[in-house]
Design a protein around this ligand. Structure first.
Ligand code: GDP
Ligand code: MN
Length: 401
């Protein structure tokens, strides 16, 4: 699950990471009062930031022609105009795809005078199976671009997950960022806080880009997280009720939301053969074998080891709502799963949706005889298959016709 910038900064602030004074707003009056409040606290500028689950907002453009999803204003009135141009409009960035995302929330933040921009992230290094902290003096721009053009400017520090981050490691990173004096101390505290946020919230990634040295009106300097992105491990969300409340369904694909309501693991692909399988490994193998016989899978769908009739029926409707689907392959190996539950779910869904597409079913395992009887007696038109290879060939043939 991903969360918005303003929510990511709330989590970071709980772990002592310094963030600007900022207020989320969901309407024009809210944006105006947030800007008033921030200007009233002594700020000379405010930044109006579109909140969508995609990066590249600064360089993005709105479908109404307005340029930039992150803009600086020097008065509350100007900030209100910017809010007017952004709220409710579709922002297209490098990461949204051409369809873009509708901006439903803004973040109104104290406008900082940026002196230096850094990149700082914590993520899981799959090669070493350990958390790794990545930092760079080249913040503000695409880190992929820095990695491609100046790889030597990306500093990496691995953390032992049993020990957590050691203060010397935070100091190494602060030195790599060429920070001195008070800013060095602030960086050590901030880096530890960013790591703690990653660890405590079971995040897969925490990224600050930019982390910035900013000039304060009194001439002093401070280190602030100006942009933040957090991705969370879905498998750990059950123990973070507060984070789960940050979920924004407006930002998720409708079919995937529907699937998650039924605890189904669904990922849409661009082929024409829908598959309904129990178990992730079998689902992968099913996609491979479809491909092997010259077809292309329309989705990955794992209904899990102990699916109910209701889940099977929901799964069917989800795969059918993809207009590219020309045929369906159900591949079930009943270990824990009762084949008759699957069979009943299939029949119910076929009758309910009035399915006309070819449907190939391969059932094997627990209570398979009764499952096959249920299918045979249902009067529903089904192509049965004796093996996985047989099933894949039959569905590929059926789709070609
Ligand atoms: P992104 O484009 O989606 O990564 O959004 P960011 O939050 O990183 O904002 C884009 C750019 O706007 C940043 O790289 C900064 O250069 C600039 N920016 C963000 N916050 C401030 C701020 O408080 N003051 C100023 N002057 N610029 C800012
Ligand atoms: Mn950014």
């Amino acid at each position: 699950m991903n969360i918005h910038e303003y929510q990511a900064k709330q989590l970071l602030a709980r772990h002592g990471v310094a963030v600007p004074l900022e207020i989320p707003a969901r309407s024009i009056p809210e944006a105006r009062s947030a800007a008033d409040q921030i200007m009233g606290s002594g700020a000379s500028r405010v930044v109006v930031k579109s909140q969508i689950h995609a990066g590249g907002r600064g360089k993005g453009s709105f479908k109404n022609g307005f340029q930039g999803g992150v803009k600086v204003a020097s008065s509350a009135a100007e900030a209100t105009d910017l809010a007017q141009a952004m709220l409710g409009n579709v922002l297209v960035t490098k990461q949204t795809g051409p369809e873009g995302r509708t901006v439903q929330t803004l973040l109104i933040a104290e406008g900082a005078k940026i002196k230096r921009e850094f990149y700082l992230a914590v993520l899981l290094d799959r090669a070493s199976s350990r958390p790794v902290i990545m930092a760079s003096t080249e913040g503000g721009m695409d880190i992929e671009e820095v990695a491609a053009t100046h790889p030597h400017l990306i500093f990496r520090e691995q953390v032992d997950p049993a020990l957590g981050i050691m203060p010397y490691q935070a100091r190494k990173i602060a030195s790599a960022l060429q920070l001195k004096g008070e800013l060095f101390n602030a960086a050590v505290k901030l880096i530890c806080g960013v790591y703690q946020t990653w660890w405590e919230s079971d995040a897969s990634m925490v990224e600050l880009n930019p982390l910035a040295v900013v000039g304060r009106p009194d001439g002093s300097e401070a280190l602030l997280a100006l942009d933040a992105k957090i991705s969370l491990d879905d498998n750990a969300l059950f123990r973070h009720k507060d984070i789960l409340e940050m979920r924004d369904l407006n930002e998720e694909a409708p079919l995937e939301i529907e699937a998650s309501k039924y605890s189904l693991n669904y990922i849409k692909l661009d082929g024409s053969i829908a598959c309904l399988v129990n178990g992730a490994g079998l689902a992968m193998a099913t996609m491979d074998i479809i491909q092997h016989f010259g077809g292309s899978p329309a989705n990955f769908l794992d209904v899990g080891g102990g699916a109910s009739q209701e889940q099977v029926s929901a799964a069917f409707k989800i795969i059918l709502s993809d207009p590219n689907v020309k045929g369906i392959l159900v591949n079930i190996f009943g270990g824990i799963m009762d084949c008759n539950v699957i069979a009943s779910g299939i029949v119910a869904a076929v009758l309910e949706t009035g399915l006309k597409l070819p449907l190939v079913v391969r059932l094997e395992g627990n209570n398979v005889t009764q499952g096959r009887n249920t299918l045979a007696q249902s009067g529903v038109s089904i192509i049965t298959a004796g093996s996985m290879a047989d099933a894949a060939q039959k569905v590929v043939q059926a789709v070609k016709r």
